[in-house]
Design a binder for this molecule. Structure first.
Ligand SMILES: C[S@@+](CC[C@H](N)C(=O)[O-])C[C@H]1O[C@@H](n2cnc3c(N)ncnc32)[C@H](O)[C@@H]1O
Length: 179
């Protein structure tokens, strides 16, 4: 994900990472020259570690962290040059709404990673979800259709620029055509 953006150049860019966890990706982009990063995260669990990592990287003054759900409360995040969704689409039931909200905020690039839609991965997700149910956790994991994910972003004016696939994860990088 970072390679695509580094190749295109992130100097001076604003970054919005949705579901960024401790914010590792945004720290990489700040070190690569991005101007600022906003992390919008549902869970408050990451805040302490995220603050420590940003301090250690010497970029704490360029990181803003917000808590909430970008779909339920779109006012939580404004536009950014670069929007990231790293391993987040698989945690959200309504991928169209989530990817759509992310795409609407991407001035230049939207880069997402999500599980490949393969039989074995779908079976793994079912086993995980059974475990979550038995543990009485609300959390569920989803294997959404990759073509639908890209289409959700394309309907908001982005164009698929690059795709790559590992054994489990797939990355799609989209860009907004210059007018
Ligand atoms: C599997 S974790 C990935 C965290 C990080 N991106 C990484 O790869 O290490 C998915 C994260 O997305 C967050 N998340 C899911 N849906 C979200 C939403 N609608 N708005 C903000 N954060 C969301 C969850 O709270 C969770 O921390």
């Amino acid at each position: 994900m970072v390679t695509f953006l580094r190749d295109r150049g992130v100097a001076g860019a604003s970054v919005l990472e949705i579901g960024g966890g401790v914010g590792a990706l945004q720290l990489e982009l700040l070190k690569a020259g991005a101007a600022s990063a906003t992390d919008l995260e549902l869970s408050p669990e990451y805040e302490e570690v995220a603050a420590e990592l940003a301090q250690e990287a010497g970029v704490a003054d360029r990181v803003e962290r917000r808590l909430g759900d970008v779909v339920a409360d779109p006012s939580l995040a404004g536009e950014a040059d670069v929007v990231l969704l790293h391993r987040v689409v698989c945690c959200y039931p309504d991928y169209d709404a989530l990817v759509g909200a992310a795409a609407e905020r991407a001035r230049r690039y939207l880069v997402l990673s999500f599980p490949r839609d393969r039989r074995l991965i779908r079976a793994g997700a079912r086993v995980l979800n059974l475990g979550f149910r038995l543990l009485r956790w609300d959390y569920r994991t989803y294997v959404h259709p990759p073509a639908g994910i890209a289409a959700a972003a394309e309907r908001r004016g982005l164009r698929l620029a690059e795709e790559s696939r590992g054994r489990i994860w797939q990355v799609a990088a989209l860009e907004r055509p210059l007018v």
